[in-house]
Structure formats: structure tokens, C-alpha cells
Design a binder for this molecule. Structure first.
Ligand SMILES: Nc1ncnc2c1ncn2[C@@H]1O[C@H](COP(=O)(O)OP(=O)(O)OP(=O)(O)O)[C@@H](O)[C@H]1O
Ligand SMILES: [Mg+2]
Length: 351
């Protein structure tokens, strides 16, 4: 794979090398991959408001409530994305005992997902509530409800016992590590020891900043990260992505990793080679969860060794995921084939 400079030419190359029928066959070949998703459950709430202006008594913005919606995020979203591609999927995650969100979660998850919930005491189920100006969908601020204190030994032991028994039964284990406490050091060691093929995304966010780096893992088969997560992993704020990736190669045993770069697309580093592909959508609706969608779908391509198409597919999935609010929808085979068709037909241009 070489670095791609001319994006129109890059699309033409994809069209020749990966005609729609070939991509369909690839997608169909994912069907029987027995998959486990493990990670932090997040409920993403969107509160739509109309700003009225400054409150009279305090220098704060006063808004009128309009409506609100809740979407399944974090590991729940990862499971939903994967559920349309594979037949059999188990989701291992955690909820809190201070509320009962399990029926919301059950309704929000696809029906072919089997769930194994662990319950944390004195904790809410993690909720991230965003307040938006409904006129333009811009975000005003966010409130998080979460308890990320370390797990009790009893709870950690019960997750370990479950994984010890279950991990060997799965072809692919997909870890959505949002740093909200379910993935402990002991659980990482067990995941690395017992998974046949381990795919990871380790999220940096405002709740875990400085504490949740991809380098907690030693030898996953496939990793995705955004640029900032790559910068943190190698403690380098200024170098360009290829140099950062070089450093990561030098410091870890990661052999396949995808770096998503927001509006600048994605770069894939595989067996010492690198390939970039630009992003497609010029007016994203909401970029929350786009990286998780990319992570979910590219994990399947990496599992099957379809490495050459990964940077292109990453941006197709990213393009779909930024076209709706947060995790309101999920990526499906049909949406992906439709998006590829639009690109090959010249209806969607690269940025
Ligand atoms: N502003 C944007 N314009 C166009 N495409 C975008 C934009 N932001 C994201 N994308 C698409 O989505 C992909 C993943 O996005 P990004 O790099 O922002 O992931 P992320 O930071 O991990 O997101 P999250 O953690 O919220 O899921 C990009 O590679 C790109 O294809
Ligand atoms: Mg991300």
C-alpha cells in the first residue's frame, strides 16, 4: 500500500480493485464470525433547546427546553454496528444499581445481540447528556453521570470467571474501552491471553483524560485510535501522523492500526506499510460516535485480512456515521453498499 495523494484517482483505483460485488462478498463472509463485544455501556442523551439569551440575575445562558432523545452509545453502539454484519454476537457490559436502564438498553439493542450485564453497586448507568441549540444542533454543554471508581474485587472476579470460560468460544473479541472502569488491568491481561483475535479501541475523553491510553494493551491484533489518542500514546503533540505511527511501532507490538483523523480521513498502518484515504462528507451532522462505527466495521475487515480496503472502508463508515445525530442509527451492510455505490457513481466526492 502506498500513500494516496490524488483522491479522485484513489476512488478510481478502489472501483477497479474492489467492485461492489467483491465488497458484498466480503461483507457476506463476516456472517459466521462469532463475536464478543466487551466494554463500557454509555447512554448518550441529547437535550434540544432554544436559547433565549442571558439570564437577568446571573451571567448565564437561559434556554427553553424543546425535546430530548437517548441513544445507545459506547460498547452498546459497537454491538449494534456489528450486529448487522455477524449473526452471533454477545455483549458483555456493566450497568449501575442506582437506576434501571436495562429495559431502555434492551429496546435499543438489536435482537440478535445476547447480553451479559454486570451490575456495579452505588453507581448510575453511565449517561452523557448534551444540551444543544436545536436551531443549528450546536452543543452548549454536557453533563456526565458516571461512577468510574475501581471495581470491587468481587465484581472483578465474577467478570474474570465469566471471561475465562467464554473467551475461547469466540473468533473475534472487540473491546470498547472508554475508561469508565469495566476494563481493569487484570481483565486486559485475561483478554490478551485468552482471545483468539483481539480488536481494541481505547478512548480518550474528558472523564479519563491522561489515564486511558492504548499502551495499556501489549499485543492486540487490531487497534483503532484518533489522532489525539495516538499523540497521547507516544507523548508527542507536534509530529505528523506517519512519524507518530513510527514511534508507536517502535514502542509496542501493535502491527495493524488505523488512525482516524476526523475531516482529514484515515490512515492505516499494517506490516510496516501505510495508506491514507480522505474523508467524504463535507457537512457532518454530528461526529460523536463516528470513530466507534469505524472501529466496529473495520475490526471485521482486519479479522479477515482484507487490509487493502480498510482506509477506504473506514471513511465510508465514517461518512455514514457523521450523517446522523450521535448514535441515533447504526451502520448496516445495506447502508455501506449504498454509500460505496454513491462514491463509485461520483455522487459523493472526497473532501
Ligand atoms: N468533520 C468531519 N468531516 C467529515 N468526516 C468526518 C468528520 N469527522 C469524522 N469524520 C469521519 O469519521 C471518521 C472517524 O472520525 P474521528 O476521527 O473523529 O473519530 P473519533 O475521534 O474516534 O470519534 P468518536 O470517538 O466520537 O467515535 C473519520 O475518519 C472520517 O471518515
Ligand atoms: Mg473515538
Amino acid at each position: 500500500m502506498d500513500s494516496v495523494k490524488d483522491s479522485a484517482k484513489a476512488v478510481e483505483e478502489m472501483k477497479l480493485q474492489y467492485p461492489p460485488e467483491k465488497i458484498r462478498q466480503m461483507l457476506d463472509s463476516f456472517r459466521n464470525i462469532k463475536t464478543m463485544v466487551i466494554g463500557d455501556a454509555i447512554i448518550d442523551e441529547y437535550y434540544f433547546t432554544v436559547p433565549k439569551g442571558r439570564a437577568t440575575k446571573d451571567p448565564i445562558l437561559s434556554v427553553d427546553y424543546v425535546s430530548h432523545e437517548a441513544y445507545a452509545g459506547g460498547a452498546l453502539a459497537i454491538a449494534n454496528h456489528l450486529s448487522n454484519f455477524v449473526n452471533e454476537l454477545v455483549l458483555v457490559t456493566m450497568v449501575g444499581d442506582l437506576d434501571d436502564r436495562r429495559s431502555f438498553i434492551a429496546d435499543a439493542l438489536n435482537k440478535n445481540i445476547t447480553t451479559r450485564f454486570f451490575v456495579k453497586k452505588d453507581a448510575p448507568t453511565t449517561v452523557k447528556r448534551r444540551y444543544l441549540n436545536s436551531l443549528r444542533n450546536e452543543k452548549l454543554f454536557k453533563v456526565e453521570y458516571l461512577n468510574d471508581l475501581p471495581l470491587s474485587k468481587e465484581l472483578e472476579d465474577s467478570i474474570l470467571a465469566f471471561l475465562e470460560q467464554e473467551l475461547p468460544k469466540y473468533d473475534l473479541v472487540v473491546v470498547g474501552d472508554f475508561g469508565h472502569s469495566i476494563i481493569t488491568e487484570r481483565i486486559i491481561r485475561l483478554l490478551e491471553e485468552k482471545s483468539r483475535h483481539l480488536s481494541i479501541n481505547v478512548q480518550s475523553n474528558s472523564a479519563n483524560l491522561g489515564f486511558n491510553f492504548v499502551t495499556k494493551y501489549s499485543s492486540p491484533a487490531f487497534v483503532t485510535m484518533d489522532i489525539q489518542e495516538l499523540q497521547y500514546a507516544v507523548s508527542d503533540k507536534f509530529s505528523r501522523v506517519p512519524a507518530l505511527a513510527e514511534k508507536l511501532y517502535g514502542r509496542t507490538h501493535f502491527r495493524k492500526f488505523l488512525v482516524t483523523m476526523g475531516k482529514d480521513g484515515a490512515g492505516y498502518f499494517c506490516a510496516g506499510r501505510q495508506a491514507f484515504f480522505p474523508a467524504f462528507v463535507t457537512r457532518p451532522q454530528d461526529t460523536v460516535g463516528a470513530g466507534d462505527a469505524v472501529f466496529s466495521v473495520t475490526s471485521l475487515f482486519a479479522f479477515c485480512g482484507f487490509d487493502g480496503i480498510i482506509p477506504f472502508i473506514a471513511n465510508c463508515v465514517g461518512g455514514i456515521a457523521v450523517s446522523y445525530m450521535g448514535n441515533k442509527e447504526y451502520v448496516t451492510k445495506d447502508k455501506l453498499l449504498d454509500f460505496v455505490g454513491q462514491i463509485y457513481g461520483g455522487k459523493v466526492k472526497t473532501r
